[in-house]
Design a protein. Structure first.
Length: 309
């Protein structure tokens, strides 16, 4: 009978399309953004998972299916610490985005020619990956990272550009330590040794009851950081929002190279490790003289009890 299944006169025929049973998702357009490759994971023999720092979408973890095939829309695949234009399908409900295209524009060949420059670039890439929250736009940090990677062409072994970038990163992420005075507002000593508390983010007096680890630092190290905190000497970053080109730091007073600058950079790197509660794999390559600096938790370290930073 018409409208009934064959062999049954009681069961009506229900004609449903197989497409009507599929859940419908809103259309997600492809977002094109300038991206910096911070880390790579192997997804399969032909696919990769790339951790990208983008200019307008923040930190994005994307899977690139078929990126390692000879013929693909990924410029031969993603490479560590390179930059380009990425096409991304970013869905709010999904942890992983989908990379549809990749056009390599900044290979940073000078990082492959200098071992010291590659070590510093690896440290910056690891810090950005662990410090920045996923999909939180950070255009200033993106521009600063790109400018620092470009500066390694002529300054592969200098610590002052790394120190300026570390300070800028802590400032924009809300972790800037207090270096002009102690946490109680007292002026810092101009010489001798001080106690730095990563728990409170500043210098504490020796008779403090603060909990957590206390690090012994030189007064000259804190003075170098105080010079960074000065608005007159802090480098200002120009971010161009319309074009894709990354502007560089303004010409201003440069930080002098020396042991104080290197110790200040080590202190900020150690402070970042305390914030993320994880050691950085690349810091021992940038600072080969680095030893185990952190005392045990809830243990006070006075002069001579902990390595001086």
């Amino acid at each position: 009978m018409p409208g009934f299944f064959f062999g049954s006169i009681f069961t009506p025929a229900v004609h449903r399309s197989r497409f009507s049973q599929r859940p419908r998702f809103p259309f997600v357009p492809v977002a094109f953004d300038t991206a910096l490759v911070l880390r790579l994971y192997d997804w399969s023999e032909t696919s990769q998972i790339a951790v990208l720092l983008t200019r307008n979408h923040g930190l994005v973890r994307a899977v690139a299916k078929g990126a390692r095939r000879p013929v693909a829309k990924f410029s031969g695949g993603f490479e560590l610490i390179t930059a380009g234009t990425a096409g991304l399908l970013i869905k709010p409900e999904a942890d992983l985005a989908t990379a549809t295209e990749w056009d390599l524009t900044h290979p940073f060949w000078h990082l492959r020619r200098s071992l010291g420059a590659f070590y510093r670039a690896s440290l910056v890439a690891e810090l950005l990956q662990r410090m920045i929250i996923d999909r939180e736009p950070q255009p200033t940090l993106f521009a600063a990272a790109m400018d620092y990677l470009q500066s390694l062409r002529t300054q592969p072994d200098e610590d002052s550009p790394l120190l300026a970038l570390l300070w800028l990163m802590l400032e924009h992420l809300g972790y800037q330590p207090q270096v002009q005075a102690t946490i109680s507002g007292e002026p810092l000593a101009q010489s001798g040794l001080l106690l730095f508390s990563p728990e409170y983010g500043g210098v504490v007096p020796y008779d403090t009851a603060a909990t957590g680890p206390l690090w012994t630092v030189r007064a000259s190290t804190m003075a170098r950081l105080a010079g960074l905190d000065n608005a007159a000497t802090q480098p200002k970053l120009l971010v161009q929002s319309q074009a894709n080109e990354v502007q560089s730091f303004e010409d201003g007073p440069e930080l002098p190279e020396g042991p104080e600058t290197r110790r200040a950079a080590r202190l900020l790197v150690s402070y970042c490790e305390y914030i993320i509660a994880q050691p950085l794999c690349s810091r021992r390559f940038c600072f080969p003289e680095w030893t185990t600096m952190e005392p045990a938790a809830n243990q006070r370290s006075g002069p001579g009890q902990a390595p001086r930073r």
